[in-house]
Design a protein around this ligand. Sequence first.
Ligand code: PMP
Length: 394
Amino acid sequence: MESLFSARIKKVPRSFIREILKVSLDPEIISFAGGIPNPALFPLKELEAATAKVFAEKGAAALQYSNSEGVLALREQVAARYLHTHGFQIPVENILITCGSQQALDLLGKSLLDEGDRVLIEEPGYLGAIQSLSLFQPQFVPVPLAGDGVDTRAMAARLAEGAAKMFYCVPTFQNPSGLSYTESVVREVADLARKNNFLIVEDSPYGELRFRGERAPSFYQFLPEQTVLMGTFSKSVTPGFRIGWVVAPPVLQEKLLIAKQAADLHTSNFTQMILAQYLEDNDLDKHIEKIVKLYGKNCLMMEQVLAECFPAEVHFTKPDGGMFLWGELPEGMESMALFDYCLAEKVVFVPGEPFYTNNNPTRSFRLSFSCVNEASIREGIGRFVRGYNAYAAS
Ligand code: PMP
């Protein structure tokens, strides 16, 4: 069978996180690994009511095939949301509803990338983007992240070595680091994109989950003609619906639509209608407030316990929102080795490796604070420190 597989699929490994999630199914394990939203916050009753209304009012039309662009009412809701949260107007025609924002990556890869094309990506970067875009066999050009966003000097140096087609980034509460770009970094990257003619793919699944600090502008505000926006309802409503979107300039949108048609005809009409109904009947801001309150509390608690328990040479980021923080071990240690010591203590996290495009060992690791509480933070970090001490003593 091996000889029948495509070169493309043979080069891409299974998602490392999905493998870790299997380990964390053991009820005795405390997991800081999963990047999943807290299910206690899914608006069950409201979605149930929206479902009943869609059946009653739309009937069979909700169960029929539909257009590939997506349900108009939902695209209008997405446009209204950008106006509300960012203050800019997006033409509804530029919005394509996708099966989660993850599908937008696949459609962008299909529409833009040939083998060997250079793709700028943050280092560390979102592992799902690395996996998805890897199938198109590009040449990843990693650009390191600093505390205020991507390192624009390093980006300019990489561009001097050769042109790139796109820069994929998560500028707000990045996955995995929790870091956010400042306005000056956004402006500098937009300048580099303008001068070097590459697309900026701004992925923002966590942008609305802010518990402190101020929002920097979107790339769209400086360079709309070269910016692609990716968004999702996975973190604000529910990931199970698999509804996201991509905003692109019309010439690119046309290609994304062809890729979408070829991939799956359209995103589930039924779930799009339920989501549109939910958004019409409920106050999403109020719902997001609840999420932010819980994640903010968990993050502060985790920061405090980490500061109390870990020696100062282990560094952690201090995110202003989102679901993750990022740690870095002292020189000479490796996060994969730490993982084994921590697994023995029955606590897991995600070692840094899958967030890098090379396979070198890393000193970094990701901790998620979305699905924990005070007790599991205290107990889990306690175990984590025991694992760390055992590793340090080895
Ligand atoms: N982009 C980033 C940065 C993510 O963290 C995730 C979810 N882990 C996604 C995209 C995909 O989200 P979805 O497909 O559920 O919209």
